[in-house]
Ligand binder design. Structure first.
Ligand SMILES: [Zn+2]
Length: 115
């Protein structure tokens, strides 16, 4: 008879934002892009040009155009960091069925209205 005491893989279904620790380790600089790198995926969600939007960092208070952010696409999902303090502004994870969007690092987002 075989034992059944191994780890059970059932139940886990959240992508788990906690698994996205992309902190640089051992001086290995992580390449990043600017805010334009998330224009495509976020366009699918919001249908406005987020690159020109102005956001306020909840961590340091910096108010900058979204296009100036630092975008890390090597993480599981996309991580957008403040160019001033490197705090996480936004995280986006895509699964086959849905988006997971975390904007808890933004105090606000200011979006130009189309004329
Ligand atoms: Zn900041």
């Amino acid at each position: 008879m075989s034992g059944n005491n191994g780890p059970d893989s059932s139940g886990a279904k959240d992508p788990g934002f906690e698994d996205q620790d992309i902190a640089g380790i051992a001086g290995n600089a992580i390449a990043h892009l600017d805010g334009n790198a998330v224009a495509g995926p976020l366009w699918e969600l919001f249908r406005f040009d987020i690159v020109a939007a102005v956001g306020r960092c909840k961590h340091c208070g910096a108010v900058r155009v979204f296009g100036e952010t630092m975008v890390y696409v090597d993480a599981p999902g996309i991580v957008v960091r403040c160019a001033s303090c490197e705090g996480v502004l936004l995280r986006l994870v895509e699964t086959p069925t849905r988006y997971w969007l975390d904007v808890s690092g933004l105090s606000y987002l200011q979006i130009d209205r189309e004329g």
